[in-house]
Design a protein around this ligand. Structure first.
Ligand code: ADP
Length: 397
């Protein structure tokens, strides 16, 4: 069985084609600058990459190009588009309706259109990607996999903001949580690595990348998470502030005479690691500058570490202790120094890592970095959201 996974952004369209017999990626790539030019990078394992600058006015054009490449004599991996059994779409927001992955039909698209006001950045491109696929592959089942659905069992006292209740009932302003597909994948993988049923485990998963979130998982069910109404809440990120005193926002707006768009830009694109360090949004550059003695870079990392620690502490309290702590995504998988700083001084919780195992953890592998006498198993688990989407999609074939 072959599953194509599509992740459509505002000016990009990422894809991966999986052979589900063995989980192999047959081809993957990315169309970028859709609507303002266009490029494609197409990769096949063990073969030379293909890169081209092409005119891509729309997501439809990008998808036509991807499908052409997948079957092309020179760069293709399948004989015909009919070999694709289903398409899985990564959808950031499923609103309150989609509590699990769902086959896409007119009703799904119509509902997703109604929630564009609460998902203005990711909603429209995802809808374009789904419409393009349905048009170009009308007989192939399409499945939506929602980042928010892992959080659909979160209790109301964890999702409702303490503001007048009507803002929830009238405008659906509440906490939804994001990155659910990644947290779902790594928590299930952690149970597999530990050789225990997930139903018996309490796990905190830390997805730390350009965007970062932390989730408390009890018996395979996400009970709390750091991202809220948007992927802005929680820990500081590459360019996002994460949680701050909300009053700072109107204060800056008045001070600088900012529009809502300008303050959004400040909090989304100019804050986080970039804003504090003034060096970069990329953790590697900030860590390097910090090691060279740059005060603001060091401060940015300390703020990040402290914020992660505070969330872990609060989730340990909510879960009444944990069995496993998981690090994943670009920073979580690769930055042993950040992992060490986060775990330092948490032996009260049973979290204690083996510094050698941590600093020598091979990239791209599931690794247990716990000290022998630790009560909590600390694991590094590479995330694979696309494969999780493919697995969900395959269930509908
Ligand atoms: P995205 O959220 O865009 O998927 P990633 O999960 O790829 O992002 O994470 C990107 C982040 O991971 C960047 O801040 C990058 O600096 C960081 N990162 C990647 N490799 C390393 C490394 N070896 N050491 C430290 N940080 C790393």
């Amino acid at each position: 069985m072959k599953i194509l996974v599509i992740n459509a952004g505002s000016s990009s369209l990422k894809y991966q084609l999986f052979d589900m017999e063995n989980g192999d990626v047959l081809a993957k790539g990315n169309c970028e600058r859709i609507g303002s030019g266009g490029t494609i990078t197409h990769k096949r394992p063990g073969k030379e990459n293909y890169y081209a600058e092409v005119d891509l006015p729309s997501h439809d054009d990008a998808l036509v190009l991807v499908l052409d490449l997948l079957v092309s004599e020179e760069y293709g991996v399948i004989g015909s588009i009919d070999e694709i059994d289903a398409v899985g779409h990564r959808i950031a927001h499923g609103g309150e309706k989609y509590k699990q992955s769902t086959p896409i039909d007119d009703d799904v698209i119509a509902y997703l259109e109604t929630i564009v006001p609460i998902n203005p950045l990711h909603g429209p491109p995802a809808i374009k990607g789904m419409k393009a696929c349905r048009r170009l592959m009308p007989k192939t089942p399409q499945v939506g996999v929602f980042d928010t659905s892992f959080y659909s069992n979160m209790e109301d006292f964890r999702t409702i903001y303490p503001i007048p209740y009507e803002y929830y009932t009238d405008y659906k302003i509440r906490r939804y949580g994001f990155h659910g597909t990644s947290h779902r994948y790594v928590s299930a993988k952690a149970a597999e690595v530990l050789g225990k049923p997930i139903e018996e485990l309490k796990i905190i998963t830390c997805h730390l990348g350009n965007g970062s979130s932390i989730t408390a998982v009890n018996g395979g069910v996400a009970i709390d998470t750091s991202m809220g109404f948007t992927p802005q809440e929680g820990v500081p990120m590459g360019t996002r502030s994460g949680s701050i005193d909300p009053t700072v926002i109107p204060y800056i707006m008045k001070l600088k005479n900012f529009t809502p768009e300008q303050i959004e830009d400040l909090l989304n694109r100019e804050s986080g690691l970039l804003g504090v360090s003034g060096v970069s949004n990329d953790n590697r550059n900030v860590a390097k500058a910090a090691a060279e003695g740059n005060y603001r870079a060091g401060l940015a990392i300390k703020i990040l570490v402290n914020s992660i620690k505070k969330l872990i502490g609060s989730y340990v309290a909510e879960l009444n202790g944990i069995d496993a702590l998981v690090f994943t995504a670009g920073i979580g998988e690769n930055d042993s120094s950040l992992r060490s700083n986060v775990c330092a001084g948490m032996d009260f919780f049973g979290i204690k890592i083996d510094e050698d195992a941590n600093s020598n953890a091979p990239s791209g592998k599931n690794v247990n970095i716990s000290a022998k006498d630790a009560l909590v198993q600390t694991l590094v688990i590479p995330t694979d959201e696309e494969y999780m989407i493919a697995l969900d999609t395959a269930k509908f074939c």
